[in-house]
Design a protein around this ligand. Sequence first.
Ligand SMILES: [Zn+2]
Length: 513
Amino acid sequence: MNAHLKARTGTWLPAAVLGFSLIFGPAASGPKEKISGQKKFLLDWLARPQTLERFGGISDAIWSYAELGMQEFKSSKLLADTLEAEGFSLERGAAGMPTCFVASYGSGRPVIGLLGEFDALPMLSQKGRVPKKDPILEGAPGHGCGHNAMCTAAAAAAIALKQVMVKYRLPGTIKVFGSPAEETIASRPYMVRAGLFQGVDVVIDNHSSSSLSTGYGRDGNAIFSAIFTFRGKTAHSAGAPWMGRSALDAVEIMNVAANFLREHLPLAHRLHYVILEGGEAPNVVPDKASVWYYIRNTDEEVEAMYDRVLDCAKAGALASGTELAGVRVLSAVHQRHANKCLAELIQKNIDLAGMPAWTEEENAFAKALQKELGKEEKGMPVEVGKLKAPGEVFVGGGSSDVGEVTLVAPTATLSFPGQVPGAIGHHWSTVAATFGSTAWKGLNAGAKVIAATALDLLTDPGPLKKVRDEFEATSRQHPYKSFLPAEAQPPIDLNQDLMKKWRSLMERSDQEP
Ligand SMILES: [Zn+2]
């Protein structure tokens, strides 16, 4: 947060719009049911201009920090400090990860968990609210997935819930799980292994989006993320190449074998890699090389697929006369199994909160961005989404470590707006759109839905019982067993070098939008 951000707030956010949007419904959708005094108090608190400005400022600050996974020291601290100042008790450095935290408020059952992420992506630096590619600092990280708004939405919801718990003396516990490195799918399996979700009755997850929506069922791929390292022998590449054993050859042979393997993998698979080390000069046979793989498939197929890729690595070592010196599994997670009863409850509160009303300026920015991307110029979204069922045919796709949580506690994900429809994920256009007023309003709408859903679960045992019953039935069909090898440790060194390179340059450039 800085003076620059604050100075712009007043022009973006007419209080008249904000003050009434919650109770009487915003432009697009009105309230569908009579709400309790407790819920009205909760939503009124979130609808205050100062609440919107406070959490919008946090979102913009995290956007400016743009810290990569496991290096989110400033982002994590800002959120943890904010919650601590509100009376939450903090466990920092949870599960062996310095940027992981659990913030708890209240006591007794039910225990309601809120997930929150805050990591950025490499190479996406971009000025905020500028509808054409224009980096702040060429090559630096940027928030290309809207994670700046996500733990912020969870924190806003948690603090709103605290207000209502104090006022109405409600029993129960709220826990915010500050979760590092979602983009590298790296924290949740370790958080589960450390027992952080033990005794948690239900978990509400969130993700920034261009919609206000939710869904249920199995989604996304399970994944193994692993680095394969080979050791060979150096030699003069021209003088006596027969004396050398090239570790780079091993990587290349492994990759060729893995690419042939694709033809024989079950349909939903995804397989991709980057070479991390491959030598330093052509005239020295490389004695060390490493390659980082993402190996993705369904929960049922992913372990066997990982074993086959491991065989490709062994083949690379055998053929090149090198040694497969190390296989480091950074992370391994399951598919997402979202709870239907919980998603239905979230949907009710989506219909209640409604889509924020966007200003002319916000719609004009969205249209300019859509034009730049060659997309339909329809501006910001108007309608909230309908409850999404899983697709009839599973075709594979991305992964999230939220999947791991869905198997140890009933979980569903709220998508909240703020991004521009048509903006591309992990791309400068999303970085441009996740800063400023639309992100503020979007995360505020998200916080309303999260908090209202949590309040329903806190105050009425009926919905929680349905959610838990469904979860117990799913757990019987799909009992949880971690994919992590016992020796795997949280990859807290991830992105250390990259962030070391960029942090001081970014601070010097001030990351102003
Ligand atoms: Zn994301």
